[in-house]
Write a protein that binds this ligand. Structure first.
Ligand code: KG4
Ligand code: ZN
Length: 358
């Protein structure tokens, strides 16, 4: 019988210092033995966004303790680990360097294999932590820096069919929360305050809604929110605008996801019920989950949303991606390094736009 691999994952691409120990469990799901995430919300709150140097310093202060905690909670010692996987990009270079270098050193000293992981692949494979997945599946990856529709054909095999040409969805949530004075990080705050408002109060723009396939554009929506926010005089009005913004995002995602599903069917026309996965921090939003669950039903897709602990940045998804790559002998090459930009699909067109994060 094949040995069940146990990997240590390390994630420091942005403002979460995270380490996790994950073990293979049966065919294709995982046993998460520990999943430690130290968020830096307090450090960045007063700036309304992530400050790279402050984030990097916090990673340096916390990383060894977080790794130790992940090992302790999993009841494993470094000798019991079969491999170490660390995020190598995309992300903030000063932040990536912290987790990547400690992972690499730890692997060298303990003579374990070391795997460089693409953070986006971590999100893309995250549904497999809890679900037995079969390829191919359609993925909507929505986070603070990325918003993409991808056909996940296999580990290391992605076809991008849509992307944002300006802001990412999470970024739009964060910026809207900032102009409305609702706090940081914006996504959960908007979701919370939208419950107190009326989503039909404001009619906001849905840029490129009927063109450009399943590419997204959110800059115009952000500008409209900014303009409206200056006219508001009460908390109630702010909650109404938060609710209208969230409703507009839902309308945009419904329309564009329908286009993405049609594109997927054109490419993969075996007629079987295929999974539609929504991953990344924004996938934690309950209204988006409900909206896309309903659409999936209508379009004959099987909707899959990772548990919330695996939606936001975490190291379990990095360890899991490490195990998947190791099993396919996709080992890291020598002299690899961290990188700020690292698309999952090298052939995807680079759609330039203001603020495009890819
Ligand atoms: O995947 P993630 O943790 O980090 C990146 O890789 O970027 O995603 C963070 C993003 C932030 O923009 C945050 O505001 C958003 O996910 N987010 C949400 C919710 N929770 C987190 N957006 C909408 N609704 C939420 N409940
Ligand atoms: Zn992420």
């Amino acid at each position: 019988m094949k040995k069940k691999l146990t990997f240590l994952g390390i994630e420091t691409s942005c403002d979460e210092t995270a380490a996790s120990v994950v073990q293979e469990n049966g065919d294709s799901v995982a046993k998460v033995l520990s999943n430690v995430v130290s968020s830096q919300i307090k450090e960045h709150e007063k700036f309304g966004g992530v400050v790279p140097e402050i984030a990097a310093r916090a990673h340096v202060e916390n990383i060894d303790f977080i790794i130790q905690q992940a090992l302790d909670k999993s009841k494993k010692k470094i000798e019991d680990i079969d491999g170490i996987a660390a995020t190598a990009g995309p992300g903030l270079i000063v932040c990536l360097n912290v987790g990547y270098n400690i992972g690499k050193s730890l692997a060298a000293f303990s003579e374990k294999p070391f795997l460089s992981i693409n953070h986006l692949e971590g999100h893309a494979l995250s549904p497999g932590i809890e679900n037995k997945m079969s390829f191919p599946y359609l993925l909507l990856l929505v986070s603070g820096g990325h918003s993409q529709y991808l056909i996940v054909k296999d580990v290391n095999n992605y076809k991008q069919i849509g992307t944002t040409i300006d802001d990412a969805v999470g970024e739009a949530f964060d910026k809207t929360a900032k102009v409305l004075g609702l706090g940081y990080p914006g996504g959960p705050q908007i979701e919370k305050f939208a419950k107190l408002g009326d989503k039909d109060t404001y009619n906001l723009p849905e840029p490129i809604i009927n063109r450009a396939g399943c590419n997204l554009s959110l800059a115009g929506l952000k500008t409209a929110v900014l303009r409206k926010s200056k006219e508001l005089t009460s908390d109630n009005e702010r909650y109404n605008l938060a609710a209208s913004f969230q409703e507009t995002i839902n309308k945009i995602l419904s329309k564009k996801t329908k286009v993405a599903m049609e594109k997927f069917r054109m490419e993969i026309s075996d007629g079987s019920l295929r999974p539609f996965v929504v991953a990344g921090g924004v996938a934690a939003n309950e209204t988006i989950r409900k909206n896309l669950r309903e659409l999936s039903k209508k379009m004959d897709f099987n909707p899959i949303f990772p548990s919330k602990e695996f939606c936001g940045d975490n190291a379990a998804m990095i360890a899991w991606a490490g195990i998947q790559r190791y099993n396919k002998k996709l080992f890291s090459v020598k002299n690899e390094n961290v990188r700020s930009r690292w698309p999952l699909d090298d052939n995807a067109p680079f759609l330039k736009g203001p603020g495009l994060k890819l």
